[in-house]
Design a protein around this ligand. Structure first.
Ligand code: FPP
Length: 245
């Protein structure tokens, strides 16, 4: 089957859990860090291909709240990799008209990462081709707890009444307030878990699990996931007949 590349047939919002960097390196008898470096190459390829394919929103799970419990050395190198990548990729983001966005508990990140992120977000803020969101120090439950805390404060201050709390108000208090719901979620490395990623936003997402380890994930694998997505019927709780009518 040939993939349809029209905007209507593409997921508007594609999210990816990039998993398997460590195993990829271990299989090669190398340090886990080596896997993360090659993981950056896969990020570059997938981002470029997503723009070519007219995908409007791409969200990557780059560092979870749980990842803070990894060895300090690995965390430090991951942060360095992030800063270096942001520096070297800015030109390409501008060239491809990609806007960088960040979600997560950003204050927890080292100062240098925060300032580099702020700079690239500011430089790319007017780009309209695609929004690339990096989830950093991100956890879905933490995001929901934060939203509830903000809403509780607003109720306490009489800015909002409990009866008025609905799904769209909850949405407005999430990190993803400016993003549409996820249409397709891909996870690599053969694991079939969500791992606290975008819990609210994936309510109706199609899930696609690939056995490929993230550093080996290429545009060919992305195409395979998109073809699978295009073959599925998304009913959002309706019947097939209702969708046709
Ligand atoms: C999962 O593999 C990957 C991560 C925790 C980090 C993802 C980061 C990158 C791909 C590089 C930096 C990203 C950007 C956007 C520049 P794992 O280490 O959990 O692998 P394992 O499950 O095999 O141990």
């Amino acid at each position: 089957m040939i993939m349809s590349t029209s905007k209507n047939d593409m997921p508007k919002h594609l999210a990816i859990i990039m998993d398997g960097n460590g195993r990829w390196a271990e299989l090669k008898g190398k340090n886990r860090i080596h896997g993360h470096s090659y993981g950056v190459k896969a990020v570059q390829e997938v981002v470029e291909e997503a723009v070519q394919l007219n995908i409007e929103y791409l969200t990557l799970y780059a560092f979870s709240t749980e990842n803070w419990s990894r060895p300090q050395e690995e965390i430090g190198i991951l942060m360095k990799l992030l800063v270096n990548t942001l520096r070297t990729e800015l030109e390409k983001l501008l060239e491809n008209r990609i806007r960088l966005n960040v979600i997560g508990n950003i204050q927890q990140l080292p100062e240098i990462v925060q300032s580099e992120l702020e700079y690239v977000v500011e430089q790319t803020k007017n780009n309209k081709e695609m929004t690339l969101t990096l989830a950093l120090s991100y956890g879905g439950r933490e995001e929901l707890a934060n939203a509830l805390k903000q809403l509780a404060c607003k109720v306490k201050d009489n800015l909002i009444s409990p009866e008025n709390i609905d799904q769209s108000i909850i949405n407005e208090h999430l990190y993803t307030q400016n993003l549409p719901d996820v249409d397709l979620l891909i996870r690599t490395s053969g694991e079939k878990r969500i791992s606290n990623f975008l819990l609210w936003q994936i309510a109706y997402a199609e899930l696609y699990f690939s056995k490929v380890l993230w550093p080996d994930f290429t545009k060919k694998h992305l195409h395979k996931a998109l073809i699978s997505y295009q073959k599925r019927e998304r009913r959002f709780g309706k019947t097939s007949k209702q969708l046709l009518g």
